[in-house]
Design a protein around this ligand. Sequence first.
Ligand code: ATP
Ligand code: MG
Length: 370
Amino acid sequence: MASITIKDMTVSYNKGKTLVLDNLSLKVEDGEFCVFLGPSGCGKTTAMHCIAGLLKPQGGEIYFGDKLVTAPRKGVFEQPQERNIAMVFQEYALYPHMTVRQNMSFALETMKTPKDEIARRVEAMADMLAITPLLDRRPAQLSGGQRQRVALGRAMVRDANVFMLDEPLGNLDAKLREQVRYELKKIQRKLGITTVYVTHDQTEAMTMADHIVLMNGGHIVQEGTPSDLYDHPVNLFAAIFLGTPKINQFDCVVTKKNGAWFFEHEYFTLPVPQDMVECVKPYEGKVIILGIRPSDLVLVEGSGEGCITGVVDGVEPLGEAYLVYLKVGEQVIVFKYNGEQDSFSGQLNLRPNAAKIHLFDKDTENRINA
Ligand SMILES: Nc1ncnc2c1ncn2[C@@H]1O[C@H](COP(=O)(O)OP(=O)(O)OP(=O)(O)O)[C@@H](O)[C@H]1O
Ligand SMILES: [Mg+2]
């Protein structure tokens, strides 16, 4: 087992013209489930390939525990096979001429693991991933989702220092994805193995991660636990990237009337919660972005100050709740309702949960409130 430390890692192409990772520094603790999260092209796979030794960065250092494994400026570069990493690639490559069982046994055989031990481990892993009936088939005889589970099984059956999984659930249907997500997390916890998991899916990150590294354009935007990022997004990008449906945003002017502070929107006025007054003072007369998540709105009787009034534009039943789409002026906002009411029409009055309001600077889009 090992922690992974990255210091000032830089990757670029076209002789430095295309900067893909810009001075990336982070630490994945020993035994931790760390998720690299971010939109397509932000550098997740690149960062993972550098850790695995499949790619040499131009600058920076990577340590496994205390051991330096990559340091281009010091001429240090440990080969991938020496790093003892079990990987599942984004384009998972199974050995086409081998059966599922042979695919899963291969790494253990090359490590000279006893035959009965291999059989035991492969069968236990196949059972966990629900691929036992497929053990004697070849990859060409499997569906995409089945192949993906075989690729996972092949990686996880090994005794590796680190697991690296690049979008490993992309090909699974929704139900299977949930199940494999749960199993994967359970296996990881049981083995206590340091894991780096790459995804652009915020639900996977929220449900599985001990530590999320949110990336954008080759930079780290924010790191922390899922609730750190969800409850205290450092900027509008983080606020939008985590949470589904996405956070509602309102442009509001910060105003002061008779000593009291307000967020003044074109269609509503909300009092500034007491604990946010200090941080909005510098914004008096200026526009800020007020963010409120769909589940942080409460349906209330009566309109007036402190309420956002909208006209129902559409309703999506989720079974355990409803997503109600409302028009506030031209803007459509979403409200997640999980009370008793089962039909919605006309005007609704919503009160934001004051403790769950997120404020962002209109220009920098950085968080304003604590
Ligand atoms: N060989 C290359 N030459 C030039 N640019 C490259 C090369 N390989 C990757 N890139 C660029 O580096 C950036 C990061 O790529 P990377 O594969 O790490 O993204 P990602 O975050 O894994 O995205 P996705 O979610 O789509 O898999 C992209 O903009 C990509 O176009
Ligand atoms: Mg990728």
